[in-house]
Design a protein around this ligand. Sequence first.
Ligand SMILES: Cc1cc2nc3c(=O)[nH]c(=O)nc-3n(C[C@H](O)[C@H](O)[C@H](O)COP(=O)(O)OP(=O)(O)OC[C@H]3O[C@@H](n4cnc5c(N)ncnc54)[C@H](O)[C@@H]3O)c2cc1C
Ligand code: FES
Length: 273
Amino acid sequence: MFNIYQTQSAKIISVDFESVDTKLLRLKFLDRTRQREFDFLPGQFVQIGLPGWGECPISLASSSTQAKNYFELAIRGVGKLTNRLLELEKGDLVEVRGPYGNGFDVDLFKDKPLLLIGGGCGFVPLRPLINDYLAGQMSNTVLQIFYGCQNEENLLFKKEYHLWNRRAELNVILEKPSSKWAGQKGLITDLLKNWKITADSVAVIVGPPVMYRFVISELKKKKVQEENIYLSLERRMYCGLGVCQHCAIGPYYVCQDGPVFRWADIKGIGGVI
Ligand SMILES: Cc1cc2nc3c(=O)[nH]c(=O)nc-3n(C[C@H](O)[C@H](O)[C@H](O)COP(=O)(O)OP(=O)(O)OC[C@H]3O[C@@H](n4cnc5c(N)ncnc54)[C@H](O)[C@@H]3O)c2cc1C
Ligand code: FES
């Protein structure tokens, strides 16, 4: 049993470009037992750091089915630490602790059609759910993926879409695509409006906060139950430690009680989305 508050050294075993500003790092703990016993739920995150640079929360991007051997993080360079992390190469070491957060309780999704709705780089925590589904770990009857992004350059995990399309239904929409884009153009809500969604679906939403209200409104028009809508409020977090109070919503701290919440449980909290 490992202490999740203790950092452990992990080695970068591969680095791949995912988009214009994001790389996918595959990592392995130096301590083999730690790696073998590493386990997490989709939607959980780790704190990754470098001595002298600090640490930051990053969602786990791989499937827990691979966690005995490695884990993956998709990191977007936006500031001091993340840009430094993107300079690292295969063989370099980082410090990792976790996993943290409640993650998605996939037992609650069982045997129902599953809708994954992701916007921008918020899409990352949905990839473990997709990988688990493709690995036969989830009993959902259907998987529909809705992914909205700015343009082709920002799309994540492009190399995997052909695999996702084999067993799931992937729908991508771009807000400002290039003239070469042959797919759909607009906002993610435009996609949802025009798609057949069954009322007994479970919906998982991750993305920029502005997206949530409009997506939930579309889902309600499709008669999806509020009890079956889950969202991650990770963008509300700052310190991630229960100290700064930045993430307080009603009686909850997102960093302590979330980041995943059921819409039915938080819809009455003013300004929550
Ligand atoms: C639960 C959770 C999960 C997350 N998962 C992921 C993930 O999977 N992948 C991912 O990439 N990120 C993820 N993030 C976000 C990530 O933690 C932040 O991007 C990271 O903390 C930024 O750290 P930094 O030191 O690089 O940025 P900082 O230097 O601390 O900068 C913070 C912010 O300030 C802005 N900023 C920095 N420098 C400048 C400047 N010179 N001019 C103007 N603005 C500036 C940037 O926009 C940046 O957003 C997650 C966050 C949370 C809370
Ligand atoms: S993020 Fe600081 S208290 Fe939750």
